[in-house]
Write a protein of this length. Structure first.
Length: 115
């Protein structure tokens, strides 16, 4: 399974989320799930993006994401949401390895891991 970690600002649209995911998802990937901060897992644009593709969506508490070692932590993100990484940590939380590191695409940050 491929996990796409999603970090986003409030008010992000499904189109923005899907454009960011499509920009980094390896070709031919078909078993995908989205993962993000629990506070963002109810964001309508993220929920709609997952629903459009039929992908499961999981939200994780900041405390759990903060325990995941990531290559690109951010002090700014840690101050804002309580974890130094959302996209990479959410992608890696299920285990596996990072295929695509933190990539900013407009108002969405994505990372991809394969487990």
């Amino acid at each position: 399974m491929t996990t796409v970690g999603i970090g986003a600002v409030s008010g992000v649209t499904a189109e923005e989320v899907l454009a960011a995911v499509d920009a980094v998802l390896p070709p031919g990937t078909d078993d995908v799930r989205l993962a993000t901060l629990d506070a963002r897992a109810t964001e309508s644009g993220i929920v709609a993006a997952a629903a459009r593709r039929g992908w499961p969506l999981t939200g994780h508490p900041a405390e759990r994401l903060a325990r995941v070692q990531v290559p690109s932590p951010s002090a700014r993100v840690a101050t804002a949401v309580g974890t130094p990484s959302v996209a990479e940590a959410a992608a890696l939380l299920a285990g596996g390895s990072l295929l695509v590191g933190k990539t900013v695409h407009g108002r969405v940050t994505v990372a991809v891991a394969d487990d």
